[in-house]
Design a protein around this ligand. Structure first.
Ligand code: NAD
Length: 502
């Protein structure tokens, strides 16, 4: 028996915030379709105060040595290990993803904490040779300023961790506007970070703040010049709106937006690996990952066997209570999402698609939106396949020529994740080359979803171009200063310019 929402909150030490406020948000849990607990929405004046507090926090944090900043993140990682099960339960209550995947999401937070702690001793710049004698050039990376994080419902804790852990070791406080669907996840993370900072001194006061509310708060953050960087994760529509606002004041934005991910199965593909990868990528998180597999291009010679195997796999999927380990797929986030899933299927059928299996409602828990994942055969890629439908709907198209399949994969506006299944080196290398996938993620013999934190995560085109998490994504959260130092007694000018003597 899963702990109730209130029990989970209490274990995490989060107070139920109903208060007497008139402007409240009442999230509905996808698990049972019932409201959880109303909480007050922050006013624009309160947000303004938070931004001012973040500025003061920045002045303290930027002069705190990076390895000391790393200490708060090390402590956060330890607290997350202790509270992994409870935080994961809260993620399931608010997002609806199955508990195993919620545990994975919290593990991702722990992993990125470890990564950020290591980085806190590795924020290094280049030393560059100078064309002038007795000169040296170098780069330094300095803290940037308060960071706004706008996040989506489907990764209600990991996206904050990707951004906040790196931002803090880089010397920046954060203000987080979570999805209105998952506010308690944000309050729980905030509580853990506050605990981590306890006893570490005033350097860490207001190192993280949470503002609860809707679009107007995100817009205010996007417009505010005191916030040099806005990291926004969500739909392309949201990213375009936020990106435009931030660009208008010449601020920086880090955009992680919608995907429309494809997987190519070639003639030589390892069949059993491919089937497992396809099913997890397409139905994991009920198809509500930005990296969920939506388009499958299958070599004509493998179509029959793959179709049969996928239909068999899809019909054996169990859809139901995300807390029950027996079920592979939980609910969609809302009935609106389920309506969009059904409408998209109808449009795909009108464009020549054939529903092979799935797509029907399932009796889940209470009035949650439970549906069988859908598998649809499309003779060719049509207009509907250019859109991200945030639900477990997988289109399958045949191909004869790999280059044509890569071109079809790249023909959509989004460019997040992609994969090829092949045992041929030439095909794998072509797919990963400049002539291959145009996505930020291009995998060989693994699915499109489930990235590790060590690599830079993000995508091109309508996915927004941002990179978060591993590799050198930390550079997003810092400003680069190029320093040229003259240790000689002359003043030679660059490019050999001779300035007439005065
Ligand atoms: P959403 O765009 O509806 O909302 C995301 C956040 O943006 C929320 O906090 C919301 O309040 C805010 N928001 C919405 N419209 C806004 C606007 N016009 N101006 C300012 N803020 C606005 O997204 P969602 O439904 O919560 O999440 C699903 C989407 O997120 C999918 O498209 C998915 O692909 C994408 N996503 C992308 C990534 C990635 O890393 N690329 C990760 C997770 C989710």
């Amino acid at each position: 028996m899963a702990a109730t929402f209130a029990e989970v909150l209490s274990k995490l030490g989060v107070t139920l915030l109903s208060g007497g406020a008139t402007d409240v948000l009442t999230p509905v849990s996808p698990v049972n379709g019932l409201p959880t607990q109303a909480l007050p929405v922050h006013s624009p004046a309160e947000l303004d105060h938070m931004i001012a507090s973040a500025q003061s926090a920045f002045h303290r944090l930027r002069v705190t040595p990076a390895p000391v900043r790393g200490e708060v993140i090390r402590r956060l990682g330890l607290l997350l290990r202790t509270h992994k099960a409870d935080l994961a339960a809260l993620v399931t209550w608010e997002s609806g993803k199955i508990y195993q995947e919620s545990l994975g999401e919290v593990q991702e937070m722990i992993d990125v904490c470890d990564f950020a702690v290591g980085l806190s001793r590795q924020l290094c710049g280049l030393t560059i040779t100078s064309e002038r004698p007795m000169h040296r050039m170098m780069e330094q990376w300095h803290p940037l300023g308060p960071l706004a994080i706008i996040s989506a419902f489907n990764f209600p804790v990991a996206v904050w961790a990707w951004n906040a852990t790196l931002a803090v070791v880089c010397g920046n406080p954060v203000i987080w506007k979570p999805s209105p669907q998952t506010p308690y996840c944000a309050l729980a993370c905030q509580h853990l970070l506050t605990q981590a900072a306890t006893g570490l001194g005033e350097a860490f006061e207001n190192v993280s703040q949470v503002c609860i509310g809707g679009v107007h708060l995100a817009e205010a953050l996007a417009d505010d010049r005191r916030v040099p960087l806005v990291s926004a994760t969500g739909s392309t529509q949201m990213g375009r709106a936020v990106g435009e606002r931030v660009a208008r004041r010449l601020g920086r934005s880090l955009l992680e937006l919608g995907g429309n991910n494809a997987l190519i199965v070639t003639e030589s593909a390892n069949f059993s690996l491919a089937v497992r990868a396809i099913v997890f990528s397409a139905v994991g998180t009920a198809g509500q990952r930005c990296t969920s597999l939506r388009r499958l291009f299958v070599h004509q010679s493998r179509l029959g066997e793959l179709q049969a195997a996928l239909v068999q796999a899809y019909t054996s999927l169990c859809v139901g209570d995300p807390f029950d380990a027996h079920f592979h797929v939980g609910p969609l986030v809302s009935h609106a999402a389920a309506d969009s899933f059904r409408e998209t299927m109808q449009r795909a059928i009108a464009q020549g698609g054939e529903l092979l299996c799935g797509g029907k409602p399932v009796k889940g828990v209470g009035s949650g939106a439970y549906l069988e994942p859908g598998l649809m055969f499309m003779p060719q890629q049509t207009d509907i396949m250019h859109h991200e439908c945030f639900a477990p709907l997988l289109y399958m198209c045949p191909f004869l020529d790999l280059e044509a399949a890569i071109a079809a994969q790249n023909a959509v506006p989004q460019g997040l994740s992609s994969a090829i299944f092949t045992d041929k080196l030439q095909e794998a290398e072509l797919f990963m080359s400049a002539l291959g996938s145009d996505c930020g993620i291009a995998n060989v013999n693994i699915g499109t979803s489930g990235a590790e934190i060590g690599g830079a995560f993000g995508g091109e085109k309508d996915t927004g171009g941002g990179r978060e998490s591993g590799s050198d994504a930390w550079k997003n959260y810092m400003r680069r200063a190029t320093n040229t130092i003259n240790y000689g007694s002359q003043l030679p000018l660059a490019q050999g310019i001779e300035f007439p003597k005065l």
